[in-house]
Ligand binder design. Structure first.
Ligand code: TYM
Length: 340
């Protein structure tokens, strides 16, 4: 048993698909809370490459993105001495448990998943079985580590509920095997919206780059995207602005980045023009992302350091995951293999 497990902290786990460009929505909805919660938990943070292939990916891009995303986790403040960071495909138990859980997940449940419905519309030429059974893989990711808390954005709530149902079903069919995880969905910023298409959530794999802020966007691009962000026909900040599409989203982003309650943000900008507020928001974003990007560059320039962290993370994860998968196989009635 390693030092981390000896500390017996509760488990915090989450992951991001290495598709598109890691975006402000992912940071605000998820990564920021990973960083804030990691101190009181054993954090397990994955780059979920196996999930990403449910949509077609160029192999070279996928390879680069996995490393780039892991480096961005570190640049955002995940502490590799305290937390475990790894690439999902380095831990084969995810695929093993996903198969088992597929057999304990009903098609009726999968049919209700809104992410599947959205993605099958967007990728109508490639509605593959993996896209459909994706929630069983996500349940495996979580249940393998006896996870206590899963910090995610609001769009993942339905997958989390299904994970809990699958775990409870398995536990009651056999005997307690999996911990039932709790979601952690932030009060502010759980659903950051697109900058141009203000009724749609901000997505890192949006075809229109002006719809999202990438964490690696250079300052001039960040400023341009905020300036061009769609707002409504009013032009001054008022207490109602928080509830309006477009400007409400920008106020939320400002409030999260500055750790200020949304109502305080509104009162400090009340009466000001949208354009003036947008300049302040752009300054706040640049002030936050410039040092992030410097840390990222340093990490990416030391590939040995990064791969060392990922190798160590995967080794720790395999150790923890192998315990759960042995327990699951035994309960199912699989004959244990002899010594290798
Ligand atoms: P993914 O890769 O789509 O998104 C990663 C995280 O970012 C959050 N998020 C947002 N939060 C606020 N506003 C937005 N506009 C926004 N867009 C995305 C997501 O809620 C998520 O927390 N299925 C997951 C990945 C996954 C996972 C897991 C998560 C696989 N296995 C196990 C937790 C635990 C997904 O597709 O996230």
């Amino acid at each position: 048993m390693n030092d981390l497990q000896k500390q017996n902290k509760p488990i915090l786990l989450s992951g991001i698909q290495p598709s598109g460009h890691l975006a402000l929505g992912n940071y605000v909805g998820a990564m920021r809370n990973w960083v804030q919660l990691q101190e009181n938990y054993l954090g397990i943070f994955m780059v979920v490459d196996m999930h990403a292939i449910t949509v077609r990916q160029k192999p070279a891009d996928l390879r680069n993105r996995c490393l780039s995303f892991a480096a961005q986790y570190l640049a955002a403040g995940i502490d590799p001495k305290e937390s475990i960071i790894f690439i999902q495909s380095h831990v084969p138990q995810h695929a093993q448990l996903a198969w088992v859980l597929n057999c304990y997940t009903y098609m009726g449940e999968l049919n209700r998943m809104t992410q599947f419905k959205d993605k099958s519309q967007r990728h109508a030429d490639n509605i593959n079985a993996g896209l459909y059974t994706y929630p069983a893989l996500m349940a495996a990711d979580i249940l393998l580590y006896q996870t206590d808390l899963v910090p995610v954005g609001a769009d993942q709530k339905q997958h989390l509920e299904l994970t809990r149902d699958i775990a409870a079903r398995f536990n009651s069919t056999f005997s307690p095997t999996f911990k039932i995880p709790e979601p952690f969905i932030p009060e502010a910023g759980a659903r950051i919206m697109s900058l141009q298409d203000v009724d749609k959530k901000m997505s890192k794999s949006d075809d229109n780059v002006n719809n999202y802020i990438a964490l690696l966007d250079p300052p001039a691009v960040l400023r341009k995207k905020i300036k061009r962000a769609v707002t409504d026909s009013a032009s001054e900040i008022t207490p109602e602005s928080l509830n309006r599409p477009g400007i409400g989203n920008l106020l939320t982003i400002y409030s999260v980045l500055n750790d200020m309650p949304p109502l305080d943000v509104v009162s400090s900008f009340e009466g000001q023009q949208y354009s003036g507020f947008k300049n302040e928001l752009a300054d706040a974003l640049v002030a936050f992302l410039e040092p992030f990007q410097q840390r990222y560059d340093t990490i990416m320039n030391d590939k040995g350091y990064l791969s060392g962290i990922l190798d160590e993370g995967a080794a720790r994860a395999r150790y923890m995951a192998s315990k759960t998968i042995s327990k699951v196989y035994r309960k199912l009635g699989f004959v244990p293999p002899g010594p290798a």
